[in-house]
Design a protein around this ligand. Structure first.
Ligand SMILES: Nc1ncnc2c1ncn2[C@@H]1O[C@H](COP(=O)(O)OP(=O)(O)OP(=O)(O)O)[C@@H](O)[C@H]1O
Ligand SMILES: [Zn+2]
Length: 506
């Protein structure tokens, strides 16, 4: 090929000489030189453009974001403080090297969805005056082996380039759902994940303090126990910061933040809304404000009232509603399911139910509303087991009355499994005190199964003794759609005259 081209070029030499002689003769030399120069410049510019286009085609490319500061994050005081401490440490790089301290490379944020992990990562970038680059673990999973690994490489390269281009000395690289790439490596079964994870580890090991721009990786997960222990070792993600559901004060703060751009009626008591939204995440509280605004607009009201906010809490609590009418059988099943939760709750924590309800308009949804609980910082094993039994109560009731369960218990099981997870991590199961980061997925499945089956049979036994209460309450619920806490307890009480050990005990 090469030689062939050469021959053609050599062949052109005499032609070229003749051509040049002609040009000089007619005095057109400057024009020819100029157009050659312009053509050359255009060619270079075009090929540059192509390169840029190729570079920009990576899936999971960084999303541009607006700067956000820690003040705009509600609650999470402890998490904020811990992350700021870690970042301050990062900023004082002279002292770090003077004292020979290992540089901070990775911070792992763990906690339930929607609690503000992404917000914290953005605020960290703002605080350290870094460029912010975000990706999600699932973007690195590909059909073709090796693609995930090369994407990781690209991401680090891009972080460095972006920082330099922006004239910054550091970059914050946020990887959400890091468990997708950083899951436990299980002997060759997921080779693609392995390569991706290995590449991430290699990149992290390659970060040095002296290097500029510096890179700080912030990972987020709500399944810390699924992470490969190699990721958690010193020098990798060695700062772990828990981002929990907000407490009442935090909820009020978050509500305040999301009420800023909305007209609130003077009578609105956010303290009360914070109390009623026990267990809500930041993302859910944001939805509450948004839904309340929609209700207000529909009412052609000037502002958001307390009633709009209460309705919004119910809406968010029950999730999206469907249009189809549920059959009579479905509604009955839902009612028994909810009564299962409610009766379990009263047996475990007497006086805790404030309302049991079926959704109006013939939908297959219901809910149990609990009286506001005190926010707690410490939970005993007994308390958590009670919590699990309340969650399993719905499925237990379905089993008692129908002999089987339905898909309606999915969320309940998820909730129950989360509680088991934190029990294991706190050494509150039969396993005793263990290093849960060393547990294999099989082992997790095992322990979850054991704990849940045992509590399931306990709650089934307890509910089995309350069949009459179920049937009385079912009548009311089907007819009236709601059953207030006191009335519900009186229905429980009428049967309480009968000898009932379980009830007397609690
Ligand atoms: N602490 C908070 N203060 C204010 N708003 C919050 C807070 N937590 C969550 N939100 C709201 O919820 C949205 C989602 O939060 P964010 O994406 O940070 O959660 P996350 O913990 O990263 O969730 P996920 O694990 O699902 O990715 C935010 O954009 C914000 O509107
Ligand atoms: Zn349920």
């Amino acid at each position: 090929m090469r030689n062939y081209t050469k021959e053609i070029l050599i062949g052109f030499v005499p032609v070229f000489i003749l051509f040049m002689q002609f040009i000089v003769k007619v005095n057109m030399l400057p024009i020819v030189l100029l157009s050659g120069l312009i053509g050359g410049l255009l060619y270079v510019a075009r090929s540059r453009g192509n390169l840029a286009a190729i570079g920009g085609e990576r899936k999971g490319k960084p999303r541009p974001t607006t700067p956000l500061s820690f003040e705009e994050i509600g609650g999470q005081e402890r998490a904020k403080q811990e992350i700021i401490e870690a970042l301050d440490f990062l900023v004082h790089e002279e002292q770090i090297s003077k004292f020979g301290i290992r540089p901070l490379k990775g911070i792992l944020l763990t906690g339930p969805p929607g609690t503000g992990k992404t917000l914290l990562a953005k605020a960290a970038a703002h605080y350290t005056d870094s460029v912010y680059i975000a990706a999600s673990g699932s973007e690195f999973v590909e059909m073709y082996v090796g693609v995930g690994a090369s994407r990781i490489r690209d991401m680090f390269k891009e972080a460095r380039q972006k920082a330099m281009k922006a004239g910054k000395t550091s970059a914050v690289l946020f990887i959400d759902e890091i468990d997708v790439i950083g899951g436990k490596r299980d002997g060759g079964q997921h080779r693609e994940y392995d390569q991706t994870l290995n590449q991430l580890l290699t990149e992290m090991d390659g970060i040095h303090t002296a290097e500029s721009p510096k890179i700080l990786i912030i990972g987020a997960t709500n399944r810390k126990e699924m992470l490969d222990s190699a990721l958690l070792r010193p020098g990798r993600f060695d700062r772990h910061i828990g981002v929990d559901l907000p407490d009442k004060k935090g909820r009020k703060h978050i509500l305040h933040i999301h009420a800023r751009n909305k007209p609130l009626h003077d009578e609105v008591n956010l303290e009360k809304i914070a109390e009623e939204s026990f267990g809500f995440s930041g993302a859910q509280l944001e939805s509450v404000m948004n839904e309340a605004a929609i209700y207000a607009m529909r009412d052609t009201s000037e502002s958001l009232t307390q009633r709009h906010l209460s309705m919004a809490i119910d809406k968010v609590l029950m999730g999206e509603q469907t249009d189809r009418e549920a059959t009579k059988e479905e509604r009955e099943r839902v009612a028994l399911h909810e009564l299962g939760h409610a009766i379990a709750a009263e047996l475990v924590r007497p006086g805790s139910v404030s309302q049991v309800a079926l959704l109006p308009r013939g939908q297959a949804l219901g809910y149990v509303r609990h009286n506001p609980q005190q926010d707690r910082y410490l939970y005993t094993r007994e308390f958590l087991e009670g919590q699990i039994m309340i969650a399993l109560g719905g499925a237990a009731a379905e089993e008692l009355f129908y002999g089987d369960r339905s898909t309606g218990s999915r969320g309940d099981f998820e909730q129950a499994m989360n509680i088991v997870r934190s029990m294991v991590e706190s050494g509150l199961t039969e396993l005793g005190i263990i290093d849960s980061s060393m547990m294999t997925p099989d082992k997790w499945a095992d322990v979850t199964h054991t704990v849940l089956e045992a509590l399931m049979s306990r709650i089934k036994q307890m509910l089995g003794e309350q069949k009459e209460v179920f049937l009385r309450s079912l009548d009311v619920l089907i007819k009236e759609e709601t059953l207030g806490g006191d009335r519900f307890r009186s229905l429980l009480g009428t049967v309480q005259d009968l000898p009932n050990e379980e009830l007397q005990r609690v």
